[in-house]
Design a protein. Structure first.
Length: 268
C-alpha cells in the first residue's frame, strides 16, 4: 500500500486553494466600489453582501466530500464539530471589510488549512493590487510566485504598523521607528511583514483565527515570527478562536520588540 507524502498533499492543497481564492477575489473585486448592502453583526463589526457571497463560494469550492476537513469562517455560524477535525479550513472571506465598504484598496481574502492547531497551507490574495501570497509549511513563502523574506535589524528606523494607540505608546520608549499608515486588513498587515515591505506589525487583543492563520504561516515561512507578547506561538481551532495582542517581525527585531512590550505596557 503506498505511503502518503505530506509534501505532495500540501502542494495539492495549495494549488486547490490558490485557484479557489483567485476566483473568490475576482468575485469580490467585481462588487468592489459598487452599490451593495451592508450591516453590522452582534460584535458591531461590519459585514456586506460581498462577504457572504465570497464565503458561500469558498465553502462550495473547498467542501470536503469525505467530511473530514472542518470549517471555520468569520461569516459562517460556528459549528462545534470543527473541534473534532484534525484538519480545518480557516477563512476570512474579506479581511478588512471596512476598507472594502469604504472603497479603500487594503482588503484581502485570507485562507489557511490548519492541521493539529497550526497552519500548513496559506493563501492570501489582495485583489486590488493583484498580489497572491502563498505559503506551505517547510517550503517557504511566495508573492506572485517569487520567494519573499522578512526584513530584519534594529527597531530604530524600522517601519512598524499597528493600532495607533500602540504605536504612540511605543514611540515613548523607541522613538526612532517610523509609524506606517494603517493597513485595514490585519492579515495583509502581517503579510507586508512577510514580504519585507514593513519591518514589524502589531495586532490588538481581539483578533480571531480567520484574521491570523494565513498570515501566521506566511510570516514564519518568510523567516520571521508572529507570536504573543510573551513569545508564544498561536494555536488555532480552539473553542474560543480569539487571541491576545500580537507582534510580528524578523527574528532580531521580534526579540527586541517583545522585550520592550513586556517591560512596558503599550496595550493599556
Amino acid at each position: 500500500m503506498p505511503v502518503a507524502n505530506p509534501a505532495i498533499d500540501h502542494a495539492r492543497y495549495a494549488e486547490q486553494l490558490t485557484a479557489a481564492v483567485r476566483e473568490a477575489g475576482e468575485l469580490a473585486l467585481g462588487k468592489f466600489r459598487a452599490p451593495l448592502k451592508s450591516w453590522t453583526k452582534g460584535n458591531y463589526s461590519p459585514v456586506c453582501e460581498a462577504d457572504i457571497a465570497v464565503n458561500e463560494f469558498l465553502q462550495e469550492r473547498l467542501r470536503d466530500p469525505a467530511g473530514q476537513i472542518g470549517w471555520l469562517s468569520e461569516e459562517t455560524e460556528d459549528d462545534p464539530e470543527r473541534l473534532r477535525a484534525r484538519q480545518i479550513w480557516i477563512i476570512d472571506p474579506i479581511d478588512g471589510t471596512r476598507a472594502y465598504i469604504g472603497g479603500l484598496p487594503d482588503w484581502s481574502v485570507a485562507t489557511a488549512l490548519v492541521e493539529n492547531g497550526r497552519p500548513i497551507v496559506a493563501v492570501l490574495f489582495a485583489p486590488v493590487e493583484d498580489e497572491m501570497f502563498v505559503a506551505i509549511a517547510g517550503r517557504g513563502a511566495t508573492l506572485n510566485g517569487s520567494s519573499i523574506h522578512v526584513a530584519d535589524g534594529a527597531v530604530e528606523s524600522a517601519r512598524i504598523a499597528g493600532p495607533p494607540g500602540y504605536l504612540k505608546r511605543l514611540q515613548a520608549i523607541a522613538p526612532r521607528f517610523v509609524a506606517h499608515p494603517k493597513i485595514h486588513s490585519l492579515a495583509l498587515r502581517f503579510a507586508r511583514v512577510a514580504q519585507g515591505a514593513i519591518g514589524a506589525a502589531f495586532a490588538s487583543g481581539n483578533s480571531h483565527d480567520w484574521d491570523l492563520a494565513a498570515a501566521d504561516l506566511l510570516v514564519h515561512e518568510a523567516g520571521g515570527a508572529l507570536t504573543t507578547f510573551a513569545g508564544q506561538s498561536l494555536i488555532y481551532n480552539k473553542p474560543d478562536p480569539v487571541h491576545p495582542p500580537l507582534v510580528a517581525a524578523g527574528p532580531q527585531r521580534h526579540t527586541a520588540l517583545a522585550a520592550l512590550v513586556q517591560d512596558r505596557s503599550i496595550t493599556r
